[in-house]
Write a protein that binds this ligand. Sequence first.
Ligand SMILES: [Zn+2]
Length: 441
Amino acid sequence: MTEYHIGVDSTDSAELGMCTTYLGALIIEEMEKLPVELSTYPELVRLNPNVPWKTRGNGAVALRFSGRRGQERRMFDTCCEMIEKYSIMEDPQTNPGLVVISGNVPEEFTETYHEALHRLMGTDEIIPLLKEHECLFRGWKNGRGLIGAVSAVGARFDEFTYEAILYRNGEVKDRERLVDPGSVREASRKHPSTFFNVDDRGDLVCIPHSPCPVICGIRGLEPVDTRSALLEVSAGRAERWVLWRTNQHTDVHIVAIDSLKDASPYSSVSLDVVVDSEPSYHGGGHLSIPVRDGSGHTMTAWAYEPTKGFRKELSGLIRGDSIRIWGSVREGGGRFERGINLEKVEVQELEKKRDLVNPRCPLCGGPTESMGKGQGLRCKSCGNREGLEKLPMEVKRKLSPGMIEPPPTAWRHLFRPSSVTPVKELEVAPPFHGLLFEDHQ
Ligand SMILES: [Zn+2]
């Protein structure tokens, strides 16, 4: 028996459809016509969310098979044909990459996976590695997908979650999905280890509105539960499903740093900072929060409009508040300076907030009122105007220590919400994929 690993990346397009996971599903079916079978879950590998040239979620796939020796050339040729047939080559961002190897995964591939989560890589770093290990590989157009393909093959998850995805035919490009929302809500209730199905208002968040072949994706922490929940979703035009094991919602893209000077562009970081001055809103409803680290370096952290209530809560921060921030480092350029796009914030310690308030009357103890701008204060009970001045008084803060997170609609794939504890122990529970043709013809 031989182990085979296939990595594929960058076949889809944000505007024109496709999804590399869908191609993964089709490849699995073709491979199983050969004397090989999936040896574990197909893997959906999310990489650096900050790369400027990503297709949609910067997700590559790794498919691992075991079977009769000597199959790699046939596997490779079939994958090449399928990539050519299905990839959205006309999108300039789509630059497919394919890697097929047999035997053990080289250690350098796993190192590449970790690097590809944290920085921008070039194909010039990848191709020598592929040649050195005598891999079957091919890049289309600029070949950038090879970075994701090698990273996917090299991926080793310390922590992971699952996503069961239902697919329609890749030819269907409607933005509408024929999903019964009641069936999703019911499945979500019945399978509590699933998450990211429905938001606080009961709206479905697990259904894309793009022209891609994904009908619905159910994320979860238990494989059997996640698969069952998906298969209970009632949806028109469903053709196939795959249960992916994935690094989604694990924060594996985050590097803990001590100083803002180590916040390199295109990486994602977490560190403790102090709010340097009051947050303020800008055009488009984006909120900026100037922050300072322990050694005095400063930077601006941003919470964008689509994060909705997240911004509103953060707008309550004041100078001196101690917080921990998680976010991606935005490169400066043009009219923008380098900054951190916030993914979540932990309020650690709140500064005392003082506001100037009207004093009590020193003569009678009654409440006082302002008589208008620059007119001083007057006692509302006895009319006294003497010895009255606004006083700084501590006011109650609206914020309290703890996590502040955006709503699910604003989550990135790798974002780890405090409500999710990713899995560490692998439980292999096939089947990993299936066809639904007979139900829908
Ligand atoms: Zn008075």
